[in-house]
Design a protein around this ligand. Structure first.
Ligand SMILES: [Zn+2]
Length: 312
């Protein structure tokens, strides 16, 4: 606020108060519903395109903390990295589903289906996802060095994930009858490798989460709880559900029980549900990365961005 406002304008009258409230938007403010720029409108007005009151847009979009958020040093790089990290993880899931779907189809229909190039693509996408996750190690300079350690370890979790997936897809599975046709004789090395992939996914989710949340907190929607705050913990939980199924496979040969058929069905169900939840979780994470991409490139809209510093 300027100290040099003429005395005539600071008279405490109702008129100047309402004039102050009705002042025009001098900066860019996209309508919260349709995106139409509200620049030049009175804050008492409504969007000329869709009728949403300007006040609603201000409440929804203006971030009271925008001026405090640190600028990201390489916003385009961080933006691209987040999208590469999440979208590649989803693409890797989709490729694995193609591999599994082809296997189930050939078991059921007895028609050999070749899922190539899905296995190779799944590994390439996992590697790309790990590459994208590197931007989480140090998204901006003001981060304390100790905040870079967990995401660094999280990126390293991709190594056992990729190696174990490669061993399952290229060494264990081709050498054994399909696990879907023989659910009670899953090779123990396959289960061990699956447990390793599960642990890697849990490690990557939980270790990458803190810096991902720090970036997401640039979004006023995220801070106010209007979008999911726990997508990455949900990923870890989904991987845990699938691992429970793998643990059953791992220990069943040592158990003597008359209910083994039922328990194998339970194991298969846990793996299927866990894998499905993981895929859904990664999809919603990809959507979140897409939603906050602009906030990474530019900080949120602050009050000083939509009004002039001085009153008219
Ligand atoms: Zn509108």
């Amino acid at each position: 606020m300027s100290e040099q406002i003429p005395a005539s304008q600071v008279e405490p009258s109702a008129e100047t108060d309402s004039a102050a409230v009705a002042r025009e938007l001098t900066g860019d403010l996209p309508c919260a519903r349709c995106g139409y720029n509200q620049r030049g409108l009175s804050i008492l007005g409504a969007c000329p395109e869709c009728g949403l009151p300007v006040k609603a847009t201000i409440l929804a979009l203006v971030d009271p903390h925008a001026d405090e958020l640190k600028q990201i040093t390489h916003p385009r790089l961080v933006q691209a990295g987040l999208l590469l990290w999440t979208a590649s993880a989803f693409a890797a899931c989709a490729a694995i589903w193609v591999v599994r779907g082809a296997q189930i189809a050939s078991d059921v229909l007895a028609v050999p289906l070749d899922p190539a190039p899905a296995p190779a693509l799944s590994l390439v996408f996992m590697a790309l996802s790990g590459l994208g996750a590197i931007v989480l190690i140090r998204p901006h300079r003001d981060l304390r060095p100790r905040h870079s350690v967990p995401p660094l370890l999280g990126v390293l979790c991709y190594l056992p994930l990729i190696v174990a997936s490669w061993l399952i897809l290229y060494h264990v599975d081709p050498a054994h009858p399909s696990v879907y046709g023989n659910p009670t004789s899953v090779p123990p090395e396959r289960t061990a490798l699956r447990l390793l992939t599960g642990l890697s996914i849990i490690g990557a989710s939980l270790l990458l989460r803190p810096n991902a949340v720090r970036l997401a907190q640039r979004s006023v929607l995220m801070r106010t709880g209007r979008v999911d705050r726990q997508p990455m913990s949900a990923l870890a939980a989904a991987a845990g559900v699938a691992m429970a199924g793998d643990l059953i496979h791992f220990f069943m040969p040592y158990a003597s029980t008359g209910l083994s058929d039922l328990i194998y069905i339970l194991a298969a169900a846990l793996i299927a549900v866990g894998s499905f939840l993981l895929t859904v979780g990664i999809f919603s994470l990809t959507m979140d990365a897409w939603r906050i991409r602009r906030l990474i490139a530019a900080p949120g809209i602050g009050l000083t961005d939509i009004f002039d510093e001085h009153r008219p």
